[in-house]
Design a protein around this ligand. Structure first.
Ligand SMILES: [Zn+2]
Length: 98
């Protein structure tokens, strides 16, 4: 729900600081940045081991005699890092908003 036409100061849902133009139930930019920072840190901590595991699997299980399979393995490692990081970041942001 939007604040009354954006001119009223509405308290932040997390810290209670009154911010002009904030919608009811939303958090202020400072709290959002703090949550994003924590979510990014956690996403990095989870995505790096997951990427390492996929990299280990590719290094040990994909045959060297098939170069194209190695290329796809490297692509899978990169995609794993990106997808796991995005998912963990998103889930963490939702989790911290409770
Ligand atoms: Zn706040």
């Amino acid at each position: 729900m939007l604040s009354p036409s954006g001119w009223a100061e509405v308290p932040c849902a997390a810290c209670g600081t009154r911010v002009r133009g904030l919608a009811w139930g939303e958090i202020c930019p400072d709290c959002r940045a703090r949550r994003a920072s924590r979510a990014t840190r956690l996403a990095r901590r989870i995505s790096l081991p997951a990427t390492l595991l996929v990299g280990l699997y590719v290094a040990l299980r994909v045959p060297l005699s098939v170069p194209l399979a190695r290329i796809y393995g490297v692509i899978a490692v990169l995609v794993t890092y990106i997808v796991v990081r995005k998912v963990v970041h998103r889930v963490t942001m939702e989790w911290y908003s409770r």
